[in-house]
Design a binder for this molecule. Structure first.
Ligand code: FUC
Length: 806
């Protein structure tokens, strides 16, 4: 058995041409994908493909980030303003069940759904037996490859999605001339027509539905097209140009056929009529055809080597910034991912797998979030369903934010911009919602957002449970992202021009939303702790009460960031005075009977003590209200986390890694990492309880697939190695004992620093800090501290005692 394993490893290593001393960052497989969660993702922030790697019929399942159902609409609900006082009265009277019932009438319509673009299929025909089949995704190059031998020839397929050229490139080669023959076709689950153009190009045109109901809503007609002349619906076009070297290319019906070529390049381009959140994609949309033709024309005249080198230069300029090495490479690097997952689940340590998943999070952010585009949605960019789980939208009570936790610390700050741009859309729409629904100033957004910038509570006018649908706290949470972008990079112009107006708008809403509880505290009413119910005095379940711990923590965070921003900007002293006064009166965090940080303003019993949401710990992470400097609350928060337990959905496990990092407990964090890396077979059924893990392609499993857990993990591992939320750079605050040796290069810390850390025998051995801005560097390692003034552009090296090295 052992012999066979080593032989297998050797063959695998030779086939991929890698020496194991170097280590790889490849996701490897020895068979084609059968299920979608085995296929490998590529993306350039806008165009995505899932590559199956099947020998006979290759399938690329395609996405374009702007392809959504619906169009702009009015989701605000003026009736909400009249109901609000009634809800408040019920809550002050302790009638929480009635408050829940009333709040349903404050809702608006459900949001729209992200749509799949289509499939490109390359039919090679049945050949003879396949030998030495390999498939892998190389994270160092962002290229998905397939290689196999058939009839004495070796065939290779490579797929990448190029950001500079805005096309997906498929390159087919063979070590023998004239051996590549196939036919190419395209299809879609949306309404479409396929044809060919010029003998070498597939063209698929279509229109998206005017409305798609969310996946969780039972509905007799969930997908609705509008065929009337002025009917809503986004137009789209997919084009595939087939460029062969040698052989013949011609069209046959709606297919392109290639005969006996030496090599072939396929260029995939797509466009939609999306023209911004406020314009009807049907009536005042962009020209989807022009959008898909333009990049194709330019790319088609570039030699394949140029397409490839332009892609690599762009990708590496982002990916190469962070290098993580957890005890070097091992033989396991050569194993297919499913085997590695099984062994890890059986208790074998595999630091290379932890590294692979870490860098996969960075890879996925580069592939799904690029400046000028939309932010990574619940599935990043990759979706094959017209009714994807939770509409594949932006869920704002944890999920969309978690997607961006690694952006700053893992040195991909410009990839944060799509979220920050999207927040501008929500801030504009949310101003209207605040006025119409609540008669409040500033801007508000609720639990769900879609490409149209939905800001009202969803729920279909009463169908959604207020414990999730009516949560109105997105504006303070999203504002944290603007502040963090500043805190890491110290770009003053950004703070003044972009961040401040949005943060101020969020604070204006909070100031209007907070009311006096009659005992000198400011409280939010109604208020929920997403998405957990509590038991009322008479044993009923309710979701709404007042001053949930998360609401207060979010508002504290926003107000604190406003106060700190003011120290730099000094532009609105009167407003900041109001914010300060309000912060002092916020209902404070409470400690409950179990010694735990309370989740609600009273020590209610939770409906489920192991619930996936851990909202009351926002102040620990991603907030910074609860730290070792607040020892009682810190201990109570840790107790609350212990009560929640170590299981949960994928994203819940990801969040808990970050919490344990902040609690400086690497071993607990590692226990969560073990759970997060649990192999999940193709379980597409929604599970709200335990059962998170990863699929064979390392996509995070809620289940079903949801990408936030991937990003939460990458943020969490960064947080184990470096923290900077307490005004100092804390080195190795929570190193798991399973990673005694290692190094990380290129992590970013607040204050404009980049940090390289090396450790041996579980202790710091050396650290190098590079200052992107002039300022005071405060370093901490355990109880050791060091303070030095640094100039912009300067690098300093320190030893384990934090003494400067020459
Ligand atoms: C929230 C979570 C669910 C899921 C969904 C997208 O509703 O409670 O677990 O992540 O968002």
């Amino acid at each position: 058995m052992q012999m066979r394993l080593y032989l297998f490893l050797f063959v695998f290593a030779c086939l991929l041409g890698t020496t194991h001393a170097e280590g790889t960052l490849d996701l490897k497989y020895d068979r084609a994908a059968e299920k979608w969660t085995e296929a490998l993702p590529v993306g350039n922030g806008r165009l995505g493909a899932m590559v199956f790697g099947t020998v006979d019929v290759e399938r690329l399942q395609l996405n374009e980030a702007t392809l959504w159902s619906g169009g702009p609409s009015n989701w605000n609900n003026a009736q909400a303003k009249d109901i609000l006082p009634q809800v408040r009265t019920a809550i002050f009277a302790g009638d929480y069940v009635r408050a829940d019932k009333l709040a349903r009438s404050m809702q608006g319509p459900y949001n729209q759904s992200y749509q799949p673009l289509g499939n490109l299929r390359l039919t090679f025909g049945e050949g003879s037996t396949v030998e030495d089949y390999r498939r892998w995704l190389d994270l160092k190059q962002a290229i998905a490859s397939v290689r196999y031998r058939q009839n004495g020839a070796t065939f290779t397929r490579e797929v990448f999605s190029s950001y500079p050229d805005q096309v997906i490139v498929v390159r087919l080669t063979c070590d023998q001339p004239g051996r590549i023959s196939f036919s190419a076709s395209a299809d879609s689950s949306l309404r479409y027509a396929a044809q060919t153009e010029g003998g070498d190009t597939l063209v698929l045109t279509g229109k998206a539905p005017a409305h798609v109901d969310p996946s969780y809503l039972p509905s007799p007609h969930p997908v609705r097209y509008d065929d009337s002349p002025k009917g809503e619906g986004m137009r789209f076009e997919l084009r595939v140009r087939v460029l062969a070297e040698g052989g013949e290319v011609h069209s046959a019906g709606s297919q392109i056929q290639v005969r006996e070529a030496d090599a072939v390049t396929l260029l995939i381009s797509a466009g939609t009529s999306f023209n911004g959140a406020d314009k009807s994609p049907a009536l005042s949309g962009r020209d989807a055809r022009a959008e898909s033709v333009r990049p194709l024309q330019v790319a088609a005249v570039r030699p394949i080597q140029d397409l490839r080198s332009r892609h690599l230069a762009d990708y590496r300029s982002l990916f190469d910034r962070v290098h993580l090495d957890l005890a070097g490479a091992s033989d396991r690097d050569q194993l297919p991912v499913p085997q590695r997952l099984e062994r890890f689940a059986a208790g074998e340590n595999d630091p290379g797998l932890a590294t692979l998943l870490y860098q996969y999070g960075r890879y996925l952010l580069i592939a799904s979030s690029r400046p000028g585009g939309l932010p990574a949605n619940l599935q990043g960019l990759w979706n094959d369903s017209m009714r994807p789980p939770w509409s594949s939208n932006w869920t704002l009570n944890i999920n969309a934010q978690m997607n961006y936790w690694p952006a700053e610390v893992a040195n991909l700050a410009e990839l944060h911009m799509p979220l920050l741009d999207f927040i501008d859309v929500l801030a504009a729409h949310g101003r209207e919602t605040a006025t119409v629904n609540y008669g409040a100033r500033g801007w508000v957004a609720h639990h769900n957002a879609d490409i149209w910038g939905q800001t009202a509570p969803v729920g279909g006018f009463g169908g959604g449970d207020p414990v999730w649908a009516n949560w109105p706290m997105s504006s303070p949470w999203l504002s944290q992202h603007l502040w963090e972008h500043y805190a890491f990079g110290l770009d003053h112009a950004f703070l003044r021009e972009r961040a401040w107006p949005v943060m101020k708008g969020a604070a204006e809403f909070c100031l209007d939303w907070l009311i006096d509880d009659g005992q000198g505290h400011l409280v939010t009413v109604p208020s929920s702790s997403p998405e957990l119910k509590f038991l009322t005095g008479n044993g009923e379940r309710a979701g709404l009460s007042m001053a949930s711990t998360m609401d207060m923590a979010l508002i504290w965070d926003l107000f604190t960031n406003i106060i700190e921003a003011d120290r730099v900007l000094h532009i609105d002293p009167e407003f900041v005075r109001r914010v300060k006064a309000a912060r002092d009166k916020l209902y404070p965090p409470q400690v409950g009977a179990r010694g735990q940080l309370q989740e609600w303003f009273r020590d209610f019993t939770e409906e489920d003590e192991h619930h996936r949401h851990v909202s009351h710990l926002f102040g620990v992470y991603p907030g910074r209200q609860i730290t070792p400097e607040t020892p009682e609350l810190f201990a109570a928060a840790r107790r609350a986390l212990e009560i929640r337990g170590n299981d949960g959905t994928g994203w819940s496990l990801g969040w808990k890694i970050n919490f344990w990092a902040r609690f400086r407990n690497g071993d607990q964090a590692f226990a969560l990492i073990q759970n997060l890396l649990r192999p999940v077979d193709d379980n597409t059924q929604v599970s709200y309880g335990s059962g998170g893990g990863v699929y064979p392609n390392l996509f995070d499993a809620h289940p079903p697939f949801q990408i936030d857990g991937n990003f939460g993990y990458t943020a969490g591992v960064s947080e184990l190695l470096l923290q900077s939320h307490r005004g100092e750079i804390d080195l190795l605050p929570a190193l798991p004992k399973q990673w005694p040796e290692g190094s990380v290069r290129g992590l970013r810390a607040r204050g404009g620093f980049q940090v390289d850390i090396e450790w041996k025998r579980a202790a710091l051995s050396e650290v190098t800090v590079h200052a992107d801005r002039s300022g005071v560097l405060r370093l901490r390692n355990g109880s050791r501290t060091r303070q030095v003034r640094m100039r912009s552009g300067q690098s300093l090296r320190f030893n384990s005692a934090l003494r400067t090295l020459r």
